[in-house]
Every structure is written in structure tokens, then in C-alpha cells.
Design a protein around this ligand. Structure first.
Ligand code: NI
Length: 238
């Protein structure tokens, strides 16, 4: 469970770094399942397997959406139960699990995930209070692409565009933002970061020769329809 100081810090800074959300043993078991999913090409027939940063066939930032749909035991982990409890502490008891996803940065050529807000990908007609719990399946370091955050929760989504200005590329980048105050969050095995859906965040390229595996769980309050519509024109360009 989070302390009051951690809850206050989350709402002030938009993120938390947790040394332990589950055991190293559970993470090791999940790592084998995770690597199997990527090696078997799971999701390729259903658009659950995408590359966030390339459309040219070479995978530089491969992602599997909803891996627990393919391996139900991922939903039975201590990690899932602890993540659910943390999300409910931060967002309230009516918090719901939205989805999990897996992003694997290959060793040697895994590119950066540029600065963005997660909510920039979502329906602009809805009002969100949501968070993501980012769990590395090995140590996370600056060299392999640990999470970095810009402290603070912007009141709304700021303008984004597609990576390389190419609407065929799935990934989004914030247009213009000062990220000098970025905070990097290296983590041990079993650790996690938690971030709000409007917190700006980034991971660097993987400069090591082994994959950087991240497993992400998204939770939210049931979203309401916004009174004021927003225009996420960058989503129309796809
Ligand atoms: Ni993100």
C-alpha cells in the first residue's frame, strides 16, 4: 500500500517510483512468458502486434496489446493484484482495469520512445483520470531505457504529432516542450513506476545488447463525456 506521502507526491509530480511492486521471482517467471509471446509473433493476425516507431517492417519498438488475453495467467499475478490496489488508492474504489501491454526494446537498435502524454492517444470527447503502472522485466537503467518524467500534471493534453511527422507511424511526440527538468527513474527487478495519463514521459534508446522489456498496466476511473469538446487533430491524420 502507498503511504500518504507517496499519494501526495503522485498528485504533485504526476509519477511515483516504487522499489518493489512484486517479487523478483514473479518477474522472472513473467519474463519467460513475455519473451515467448514476442518470439511466437502473438497478435500479428489481430493487430495486437504493432511497432510504435516504424512502418518499414523492421521492428524497432515492437508492442503487444493485451498480452493477458493470450496468457490469462498474467491476470492472476501478485503484480496485477498489487497494481490494482495501488490504482484504487490513487484514483478511488471505482477504478477499473483497462488493458495491459508489452513494449520490448531490442538490444542494440531499440529507439527512444519520445516525450508524450498517454491521453494524447485517447478519445478527446471523454474526461480521463487514469494511470499507467510500468514494470520492467529486468533492471531498468538509463542505458537500457528506464522511464523519465517531467514533474507535474498538465491540466490538459498539449499538442502532439506523429513520430517523423509520418501519420503511418503509430507513436506520438509532444510538439514543443521544455524537458530540462526531467527525472530519470532507474528500477531494480520487481520495481515499477506509476504515472498519470497527462504526465509527460520518455524512455531513451536501448544502448545495451539485451532487450529492455516493459510490461504496462493501465487503470482508470469510468470516463465521463466532457462538456467541452477537444480537437486531437493529430489522431485524424492517421
Ligand atoms: Ni506512454
Amino acid at each position: 500500500m502507498l503511504s500518504d506521502a507517496q499519494i501526495t507526491s503522485f498528485w504533485k509530480n504526476g509519477f511515483l517510483a516504487l522499489e518493489a511492486i512484486t517479487t523478483a521471482g514473479e518477474i522472472e517467471a513473467m519474463r519467460a512468458i513475455y519473451d515467448d509471446l514476442f518470439e511466437q509473433g502473438v497478435g500479428r493476425d489481430s493487430e495486437d502486434r504493432i511497432d510504435l516507431a516504424s512502418q518499414e517492417g523492421r521492428e524497432v519498438l515492437p508492442q503487444i496489446l493485451r498480452p493477458s488475453k493470450y496468457v490469462p495467467q498474467l491476470a492472476e499475478t501478485q503484480l496485477r493484484a498489487n497494481a490494482r490496489a495501488i490504482a484504487a488508492q490513487l484514483l478511488g474504489e471505482d477504478t477499473e482495469f483497462v488493458a495491459d501491454h508489452a513494449i520490448r526494446k531490442p538490444g542494440g537498435h531499440g529507439v527512444e520512445t519520445p516525450w508524450h502524454q498517454d491521453e494524447a492517444y485517447w478519445d478527446p470527447a471523454l474526461a480521463f483520470e487514469a494511470l499507467s503502472i510500468w514494470v520492467p522485466l529486468q533492471e531498468a537503467t538509463l542505458e537500457n531505457g528506464c522511464m523519465q518524467f517531467l514533474p507535474g500534471i498538465p491540466e490538459d493534453v498539449v499538442p502532439h504529432h506523429h513520430i517523423d511527422e509520418d501519420p503511418e507511424v503509430a507513436g506520438l511526440v509532444v510538439d514543443d516542450w521544455n524537458v530540462d527538468a526531467a527525472v530519470a527513474c532507474p528500477l531494480p527487478v520487481g520495481g515499477a513506476t506509476v504515472h498519470h495519463c497527462r504526465t509527460l514521459h520518455y524512455t531513451g534508446a536501448n544502448k545495451t545488447d539485451t532487450p529492455r522489456r516493459a510490461y504496462i498496466l493501465v487503470f482508470r476511473r469510468p470516463p465521463a463525456t466532457r462538456a467541452e469538446p477537444r480537437d486531437f487533430y493529430w489522431l485524424d491524420a492517421a
